[in-house]
Write a protein that binds this ligand. Structure first.
Ligand code: PDD
Length: 277
């Protein structure tokens, strides 16, 4: 099956898809993005992802050339052309190509890029769970915008890998924990499901929001000390769904293996949204 791309509405093989070196996405990370997936060949929560994209675009005053309805049509077409059993779709909209200057270009046409690949199943991670470390939250002050400025996320993820862990959790100096490098955080304390509240310090995940609706999880600040004492922790995202965390900074969480609540939330999530995979 072909890995394909779509640039400004035109479909082509992924390896032939090129963007100009003076694209502002490349030069300034002046761009926002979304990650979509399919279940059984159908896009999951496409409207919710497009709404968040619209919020991100407005937040950086970027007016794209395509309406949400047109973007949805392109996504459907991309899924159809690639025809992977389960697909991962990456969409980025940048402010376009312009002579490098930090001022907003008057005439640049925004660049729309969509890429489609086969989605790797998160099933192995649900079996083993993942280990995380906590890192100081040095990200910018608007983590609610799905900005492509992910350098700090990249560095934190790599610090985790070097420390023998799988991911990192961003933590303020006062110990408040916000989210992982590409996913949201839930903890289980005395049977209660808790997730940090939406706000500028984290990206409100579509997966997180669905799980809050499904489970009635409490949204309130979470401290690092609570993590270490939690019965269970799990991370959520479009691609990972719900993956249990078995250790934080080298300390086991609960018995140090994937717990029943994370598995139950995953089951409830896929039963509701993924046709019971
Ligand atoms: N990112 N927080 C951050 C920082 C993220 O990058 C993501 C997802 C999430 C979860 O959002 P959602 O449930 O809508 O996927 C939270 C995507 C998957 C990525 O960058 O690959």
């Amino acid at each position: 099956m072909p890995e394909i791309a779509c640039i400004n509405g035109e479909f082509l093989p992924l390896e032939q898809a090129l963007v100009h070196v003076e694209d502002r996405g490349f030069q300034f990370a002046d761009a926002v993005y979304e990650v979509f997936r399919t279940y059984h060949g159908k896009l999951f929560a496409v409207r919710e992802h497009l709404q968040r994209l619209d919020r991100s675009l407005r937040a950086i005053a970027l007016q794209p050339a395509f309406t949400s309805a047109q973007l949805e049509t392109l996504l459907d077409e991309a899924v159809r052309r690639a025809s992977f059993p389960e697909a991962l779709l990456y969409m980025q909209i940048s402010r376009g190509q312009a002579r490098r200057h930090r001022g907003l270009p008057a005439h640049a046409q925004p660049t729309l890029v969509i890429t489609v690949r086969q989605l790797e199943s998160s099933a192995p991670l649900r079996q083993t769970g993942v280990k995380v470390i906590t890192v100081p939250d040095q990200r910018w002050a608007r983590c609610d915008i799905k900005s492509v400025a992910l350098l700090v996320n990249v560095l934190a993820y790599n610090a985790a890998r070097q420390a023998g862990a799988d991911d990192a959790l961003f933590c303020d100096a006062d110990g408040t924990v916000h989210e992982a490098t590409a996913g949201n955080l839930f903890i289980v304390v005395a049977g209660k499901l808790i997730t940090p509240p939406a706000g500028p310090k984290l990206l409100a995940g579509v997966t997180r929001d669905k799980i809050v609706q499904l489970t009635g999880a409490t949204e309130r600040p979470v401290k690092r000390a609570e993590l270490l004492a939690a019965d269970e922790i799990f991370l959520t995202s479009t691609t990972a769904e719900a993956v249990p965390v078995i250790a934080v900074d080298g300390q086991p969480i609960g018995p140090g293996r994937p717990g029943p609540r994370a598995a139950a939330v995953y089951e409830q999530f896929v039963r509701t949204y993924a046709g019971g995979q």
